[in-house]
Design a protein around this ligand. Structure first.
Ligand code: HEM
Length: 579
């Protein structure tokens, strides 16, 4: 090779680093900006070095417990908070793939250690820890005060004392008789309300409340047929709330406070801000709105509590409280406890608010996602309509004397829908897998060893003062467990016997309702209401994108459990033409 073609090597020119090295402190003091930069870089590098030094080996060789592997971070004080704030889902899922063999990893939020657990065996062990090792009560108590407005300081002891008997009342959400009664009453309301899912009334005065909240407008489609354009999320959430909540808090409350659920969703949007305990006067609009919404709801609930109290004494609670006997057994049973433990009216109202939030925040949004997924796929819609036909049957319309008849549902058999519609059940489970991101949180009270049942498996040491999160969504979106986890697959959870016959649909290893002592108390009711609501709506109504064309799936927005969305959700609804 001709050496003349090779580039000649030049001695390096003096760079900023060589200058820094040779002149060090005097150069930096003469350039304060560079000094600040150098200090910041040094701080970041030190933080990174120290936090990665605390990362133990992935698995100890002798199987003895070691701390859950810590993820290194660069920003002192903040730790992983910026990464979580930027895109928690992508950040935590990426780490799941890196730490898969450990089944857990630990993050640093503002100096506190948060263990994120996703392997099912570890999750089960964590959720079933005795409260002496790890508990959620402290977190729940703080949420009761900060989010739901319980007067924690003034009534701390009352709260602690009545918690156990209060929780015991939840048996009424799962025992057969009271659960059947709740489901039966809800089904009755669905029958009464499904014909007015949309009315087609142009004037707001004649529209239903859920239509008004959903900004219903009458339009014409390409064929010139009348359709009702609505915001589907608002319509569905409000309709579901009114159908289901009377069986929990009674029909008087539902009728007397029509704006309550609008406020509930306003508070839900500010839930995480309220949970931080930030004061009301801070100029953060979602926080201010959440505070105001909560105040209105607590005021309404306090009126309800006073009426129930009077009614409990056999007194007349007023003309608007004539149906208090139909309040559900959980709320009804609380009166005796409130009196026994001297709980104030404000605290009673906060307790009811927490229940109303739990009963609405997740299930109504889940119905919305189920409808979005089902109406997006017309072939699936047809299959589901065939599956539910014996159990959710619209009445054939007869137009006597040329008068248009209100749409009616002739058969609504909730037991049939829940036990004989595996494809619909699989859609429900698939939405809980894809459209839900709940975490169960506990605080570690004593050092303990987190050990899965398998004696050979690695055991982990958790230390007093650390936090433990069972991140159900990390398991639900794990490509090693669910093929193409980002794809919503309607029949994914349908189960077959050896002859290929469908035998049902089940959760498998998913735990969307949490587990252990704090597992969702309303899960049986949630399942039945979601199944009946979706069956009734698809049996009776057609839903299409505004202007026809492609269905656009709304984007997920982080909430506490089932995802919310900020995407537009306007659609055209019209009465289904029966075959
Ligand atoms: C799709 C609907 C629902 C989902 C996904 C859901 C999910 C959950 C989750 C993840 C928890 C926390 C579990 C834990 O910390 O491990 C929870 C707690 C709870 N849920 Fe639900 N839930 C739903 C519907 C309902 C309904 C309809 C009710 C009431 C009728 C309800 C009442 C409760 C209550 C009272 C708790 C607190 C349990 C406790 O701390 O002991 N939930 N729910």
């Amino acid at each position: 090779m001709d050496n003349s073609t090779l580039p000649t090597l030049q001695p390096p020119t003096a760079s900023i680093f060589t200058t820094l090295l040779s002149n060090g402190p005097s150069y930096l003091t003469a350039h304060p900006v560079l000094l600040v930069l150098a200090v910041i870089l040094l701080l970041l590098a030190t933080t990174r070095y120290l936090s990665s030094r605390s990362t133990p080996p992935r698995k100890s060789s002798n199987g003895s417990p070691s701390p859950i592997p810590a993820v290194s971070y660069t920003l002192p004080l903040l730790g992983h908070l910026p990464a979580m704030a930027y895109d928690a889902a992508a950040f935590t899922r990426n780490l799941r793939d890196i730490y898969r063999s450990s089944g857990a990893y630990s993050l640093n939020f503002g100096g506190t250690v948060h263990n994120i657990i996703f392997a099912p065996a570890l999750a089960t062990s964590m959720l079933n820890q005795p409260t002496a090792n790890a508990e959620a009560e402290t977190v729940f108590k703080s949420l009761m005060g900060r989010v739901f407005g319980w007067p924690i300081v003034a009534e701390s002891e009352g709260y602690d004392a009545f918690l156990a008997p209060l929780n015991a009342l939840y048996v009424n959400f799962s025992s057969k008789e009271p659960l059947d009664a709740m489901v039966g009453r809800t089904a009755e309301r669905v029958r009464a309300m499904i014909g007015e899912f949309v009315t087609g009334n142009e004037s707001q005065v004649d529209q239903t409340l859920w239509e008004r909240f959903a900004n219903a407008e009458v339009k014409r489609d390409a064929k010139g047929e009348e359709v009702v354009e609505v915001d589907l999320l608002e319509l569905v959430r409000d309709w579901c709330a009114r159908a289901a909540n009377a069986s929990i808090i009674g029909s008087d409350f539902v009728n007397n406070f029509p704006e309550f659920w609008k406020d509930l969703y306003e508070m839900d949007r500010g839930f995480l801000l309220l949970a931080t305990g930030l004061p009301r006067w801070l100029p953060i609009p979602p926080l201010t709105r959440a505070h105001l919404a909560r105040k209105r709801m607590l005021d309404s609930l306090e009126l309800f509590e006073r009426a129930v109290d009077k009614h409990g004494d056999g007194e007349d609670a007023g003309a608007e409280w004539r149906e208090l006997d139909d309040v559900g057994p959980v709320v009804k049973g609380r009166l005796e406890l409130y009196r026994k433990y001297g709980i104030s009216m404000r605290a009673r109202a906060a307790t009811e608010l927490a229940l109303m939030w739990a009963a609405n925040a997740n299930s109504n949004s889940l119905v919305f996602w189920m409808l979005e997924r089902v109406y997006a796929d017309k072939a699936l819609l047809a299959l589901l309509r065939r599956e539910i036909a014996p159990y959710a049957r619209p009445a054939q319309s007869t137009s006597d004397f040329g008068m248009p008849e209100l749409p009616r549902i002739e058969v609504l058999d909730v037991e049939g829908i829940c036990s004989s519609c595996p494809l619909l059940k699989s859609c429900y489970i698939e939405c809980l897998r894809v459209d839900t991101a709940s975490w169960s949180l506990k605080i570690v009270k004593e050092d303990f060893v987190l050990a899965p049942r398998d004696k050979e498996a690695q055991r982990w040491m958790l230390r007093k003062g650390e936090f433990a999160h069972v991140a159900h969504d990390l398991h639900n979106t794990d490509p090693n467990v669910f093929e193409h986890p980002d794809v919503w697959k309607p029949d994914r959870h349908v189960k077959y016997d050896e002859d290929g016959k469908v035998v049902g649909a089940d959760f498998g290893s998913m735990r969307p309702y949490g587990g252990g002592g704090h597992m969702c108390k309303g899960r049986q009711f949630a399942y039945k209401e979601c199944m009946m609501f979706v069956a009734a709506i698809i049996a009776m109504w057609d839903i299409d994108p505004v202007g026809g064309g492609e269905w656009k799936m709304p984007k997920h927005k982080k909430a506490t459990g089932v995802y919310n969305t900020s995407s537009p959700t306007r659609v055209w609804v019209k009465r289904r033409t029966l075959p």
